[in-house]
Design a protein around this ligand. Structure first.
Ligand code: ATP
Length: 236
């Protein structure tokens, strides 16, 4: 049957100091499914992902992982439970080689050979570039490196922040194909993007965040594009 939600934000409020930026956000992801969280600049998308990873406190509402309350849990505990955030900008170390970026993942307990094998099997181009400084990779390759590092943690939930940032549409399309393959192996994926993009081609569900509130959610086909253009015009 339908897999159950693995990670849920229920009525989440979050703030920076006295400024509340999330006003009751509900989002949920399931194993093998891709959820796209869209919305204009400053809507609170990154904050939502940080809450999901336990990296930003929940002011009110709940974070639920595997049906259990994880509100206030340490980000390291969420990481251990398989919640993996790839931040905007990808979080790779530009001065280190591709290989050394990967070998940092030995903290997962995996052997070095195993880590390289996982990465190069899925992203052969990284194998070809293993000795190259990560900062000299193309943007798309850097995103692949970030995904490869994430895969070595055996993620249950993958949180992706603006994967398309600065990349050509064809590169983005290819990356989303790879993300779809990762999801198909049972990973729950929550993707944040500013604009409706290639992500809608792989998303099972979409949600639109405007000024810290979910303004719309549903099937990516069901009137989303009309909804988005109306919302974006209303918010700028
Ligand atoms: P973007 O696409 O621009 O990253 P976003 O939808 O991801 O936008 P957030 O980054 O979550 O939005 O920001 C939501 C709101 O919180 C914005 O108004 C932003 O200015 C504010 N904000 C974000 N980070 C901080 C911070 N460290 N301190 C204070 N306010 C912040």
């Amino acid at each position: 049957g339908e897999p159950a939600d693995i990670l849920e934000l229920r009525g989440v409020h979050a703030a920076y100091g006295r400024i509340t930026v999330l006003h009751g956000v509900d989002v949920a992801v399931r194993p093998g499914r891709v959820v796209a969280l869209l919305g204009p600049n400053g809507a609170g998308k990154t904050t939502t992902l940080r809450v999901a990873a336990g990296a930003h406190p929940v002011h009110a509402g709940r974070l639920v992982l595997g049906g259990r309350d994880a509100t206030g849990a340490d980000p390291r505990d969420l990481a251990r439970a398989g919640v993996c955030l790839i931040p905007e900008g990808r979080g790779v170390f530009p001065n280190l080689s591709v290989r050394d970026n990967l070998l940092m993942m030995t903290f997962t307990g995996r052997r070095r050979e195993e880590i390289e094998e996982i990465a190069y099997a899925r992203f052969p181009i990284l194998g070809q570039r293993r000795s190259q400084a990560a900062g000299t990779l193309s943007g798309g390759e850097q995103q692949m490196l970030a995904l490869a590092r994430a895969l070595t943690t055996d993620p249950a939930v993958l949180l992706l922040d603006e994967l398309s940032m600065g990349l050509a549409p064809l590169v983005v399309a290819r990356l989303y194909e790879l993300v779809a393959e990762i999801a198909a192996q049972g990973v729950a994926v929550l993707v944040v993007e500013q604009f409706a993009s290639a992500v809608l081609g792989i998303a099972d569900h979409a949600a639109v965040l405007v000024r810290g509130r979910i303004a719309w959610q549903g099937s990516p086909e069901g009137g989303l594009r009309d909804e988005l253009s109306a919302l974006y015009m209303g918010s700028t």
